[in-house]
Design a protein around this ligand. Structure first.
Ligand code: GLC
Length: 446
């Protein structure tokens, strides 16, 4: 059994930790300008000018079943959809706002279609819910609001009441927590208390930003847990809950609490540099990078939530389909090193150019060959622990020899530059790298 102690939190995280890999879906009006989901803020767009997208929103090719199938094929076991992003537009048929998808030409409750289709494919269901809202009349203009540069920004804030806004959020979240059956994850986004842009826009609110006080996070958490007691809640309400969620960052170690307990964490990442559909953004990650990111995350005890941003007609474009196919192809043969796996026990040292994962029950060790060595892979401190070794993708045996080369070879011997250490093993690999983006050696331990 894995010896790591994960902190117990109120939500059910065991399935999440086992499943490791999920799909993030960012969809909203911002898919139409197709220049980042923060377009309203980046370009200081007024409500009136943004209205044109609401008026013409019609993702006629949205096909929740197709997306759910692609997610499953990519090896993703759960999904998180933006039910409402910072622009304040709801993708569900809420009673508390007219700024919702059922009032656009599209006219359908997209959240409902998502829930039904993803559930039917056997995936767990997550909702993203933005704490920011650039449309709500009571949400005060702050340092990251599209109207922050208006000369009358301060005056516009007069009469805005965050208490009314916090209640509005609770009303919407109650709808989300009661109208769609069992929900597995609620992913709030985000708090920015005393951080970020403060200097320049401090005049708006004294540089306070917004956090648990403004969101009334405690009340929100209480409400959610009373309706869906098992649900996993992330950390972005500003009060630690079940998961921590580093964004667009590759962690190199498993985050811990001060008392040594491990955090349940989930990295969220994008295929290219934006969450929402961004037509002209070209920094699409290579297949190697995508697969390596998943492995490295699990090798540090974490989950990966990988994002797709459908275009404004509702489908995911070729670039995103190709990216999902990279995962589908690799996961079809190699998912055993991901599901139910975690950081390898510290006694195992990853050979140069490799990353290790280990099954939670401790019985299988996986060596991921990021750089493919010539003929021999040398691994220390494992000689007496191997029962059997094979490539994971085709279950072909990987032979190995215990390296008995004495450490006191006479000078001039052809091996003397590479003296053995205790318990060293040489795995014999084919010279030609198997046709896998990252080949994996599966070691059954004694
Ligand atoms: C951020 C961004 C946002 C994105 C999210 C995903 O905080 O504001 O656009 O939805 O991260 O983690």
């Amino acid at each position: 059994m894995s010896s790591y102690i994960r902190r117990k939190t109120p939500g059910q995280t065991d399935w999440l930790v086992h499943d490791r890999f999920g799909m993030f879906i960012h969809f909203g009006l911002y898919a139409m300008p197709a220049r980042h989901e923060w377009i309203r803020e980046r370009e200081d767009i007024s409500d009136e000018d943004y209205e044109v997208y609401f008026k013409h929103f019609n993702p006629d090719l949205f096909d929740a079943k197709d997306l759910a199938r692609r997610a499953r094929e990519a090896g993703m076991k759960y999904a998180v959809l933006t039910t409402r992003h910072h622009e304040g537009f709801s993708l569900f048929d809420t009673q508390y706002s007219d700024y919702k998808i059922t009032n656009t030409p599209f006219g359908r409750d997209l959240v409902r279609e998502y829930v039904d289709a993803f559930r039917a494919e056997g995936l767990k269901i997550g909702f993203y819910y933005s704490l920011l809202d650039w449309h709500h009349p009571h949400y005060t203009i702050d340092q990251c609001h599209p109207l922050r540069n208006r000369p009358d920004a301060m005056q516009l804030n007069e009469g805005r009441d965050m208490k009314i806004y916090a209640e509005f959020m609770r009303n919407q979240v109650r709808e989300l927590m009661t109208n769609y059956g069992k929900i597995d994850i609620l992913w709030f986004d985000f708090s920015f208390k005393n951080t970020w842009y403060n200097g320049k826009y401090a005049f708006l609110d004294g540089g306070k930003g917004k956090g648990p006080e403004e969101w009334e996070s405690e009340k929100m958490i209480e409400l959610v847990r009373s309706l869906q007691p098992h649900i996993v809640i992330n950390d972005r309400l500003g009060i630690p809950q079940d998961t921590v969620t580093p964004e667009q960052r590759q962690l190199g170690t498993w985050p811990k609490y001060d008392n040594g307990e491990y955090k349940t964490w989930e990295a969220c990442q994008t295929f290219s540099g934006s969450w929402g559909y961004y037509r002209d953004e070209m920094t699409w990650k290579s297949p190697e990078m995508m697969i390596q990111m998943l492995i490295k995350t699990v090798a540090c005890g974490g989950n990966l939530l990988m994002n797709v941003g459908p275009c404004a007609r509702g489908y995911i474009d070729d670039r995103a389909c190709d990216a999902l196919d990279v995962y589908a192809k690799w996961m079809k043969y190699n998912s055993r090193s991901i599901y139910g796996c975690t950081m390898a026990e510290p006694e195992f040292k990853a050979p140069d150019g490799t990353y290790l994962t280990q099954s939670e029950d401790g019985k299988r060790l996986y060596v991921h060959l990021f750089s493919y060595p010539f003929k021999t892979l040398v691994m220390d401190n494992i000689g007496d622990k191997i029962e059997y070794a094979q490539f994971l993708h085709d279950a072909s045996e990987v032979q190995y020899q215990l390296d008995t080369t004495p450490s006191n070879l006479p000078a001039g011997s052809y091996r003397d530059a590479d003296p053995t250490t205790e318990n060293r093993v040489n795995f014999t690999l084919p010279v030609v790298k198997p046709n896998q983006t990252v080949p994996v050696i599966e070691i059954y331990l004694k």
